[in-house]
Design a protein around this ligand. Sequence first.
Ligand SMILES: *[C@@H]1O[C@H](CO)[C@@H](O)[C@H](O)[C@H]1NC(C)=O
Ligand SMILES: *[C@@H]1O[C@H](CO)[C@@H](O)[C@H](O)[C@H]1NC(C)=O
Length: 357
Amino acid sequence: MKTSIWEFSVGLCVFLFASCTQATFRDDPTVLVTLLVRNKAHTLPYFLKLFEELDYPKSRLTLWIKSDQNQDQSLQIMNKWIASVENSYHHIYHELTSSPSVADDKIPTNWTQERFKHIISLREEALDKGRELWADFVWFVDCDVFLTNNQTLKTMVNTNYPVVAPMLDTLSLYSNYWCGMGLDYYYRRTDEYKPIRERENKGCHRVIVVHSCFLVDLRQVESKRLTFRPENINGYNGPHDDVITFAISGYWTDVPVYICNQIKFGYLLAPLDESQTIQDDYAQLTNIMLEASVDFPPMTAHQQLTEYVTPPAKSTHGFDEIFLINLERRPERRARMEWSMNQLGLKHKLINAVDGK
Ligand SMILES: *[C@@H]1O[C@H](CO)[C@@H](O)[C@H](O)[C@H]1NC(C)=O
Ligand SMILES: *[C@@H]1O[C@H](CO)[C@@H](O)[C@H](O)[C@H]1NC(C)=O
């Protein structure tokens, strides 16, 4: 009896030791990162900087980049960035096409059927590529997402859900998930939405739709049932919209989808409505940057890409003078305010405050 307990203990120790060492030496999972770029010249210098700063080994990331029909400098930016990081990542697949823009894109806020069809094939192609490469994950991330928290990818990879997204903050209630869907398959407001969005309920929550930034765990067999293609979904006759078709392919086949909000991960630009222009997007970007600076270091452009960022012209906006009053012993507050003034194009005069204590 004594011996067998001894043998059992030794066995257990060896077993524990083996599993510990195995865990210690196991590599991080491999991720195929899908970047689809169109007319994102204003967000890319910030997006790419934050992307590069993620705390995740680049040797475990393969990038899959596609860009076409740009009317701005997105292509130049992507070419320059890819050249500067080419050897850092496991591999970079890229197809940057300088095709002439089509007429329907004159209004970037109005998505045509053609455009949805195009994005559905690109996303499906990325999913297939991930399966073909035996990648552990495929990560779909839009270039107007700002992952100010460098732990985001690591945290998501470790959740162990088939589909998972970090909840992203915006200037409104808008975010990258839906808790409800109507019979027409479009967004439906539900009571669960707001407590998640406002982080009254913290953790990972099962939802119906995630978009803009989400990971698919290809190691989980359920993931085989996921698709963006409407014709691959049995009995589906709803809209041809990649966000909706992907969600339905999971929802109808019991593939759970989660949104996590336990900490702040980053920010997202809300889509423009049809009356808005690209100028409104610039303003939104500025406001998001100011908002992010409350919890994270100020967002700055990628060092290689500063030429693509034009700081606003400075003025006093009709006032004779704008004063910034700051105690000299609070240099970090001064730096943040000066950074904010620059983002807003406010020309200020600095006055050293007198500590009256
Ligand atoms: C992640 O961000 C934090 C806070 O900004 C910083 O202190 C830390 O050094 C960063 N970690 C890595 C690995 O970049
Ligand atoms: C958006 O595009 C579609 C298809 O081209 C068109 O039918 C619709 O009227 C457009 N909507 C607006 C508000 O321009």
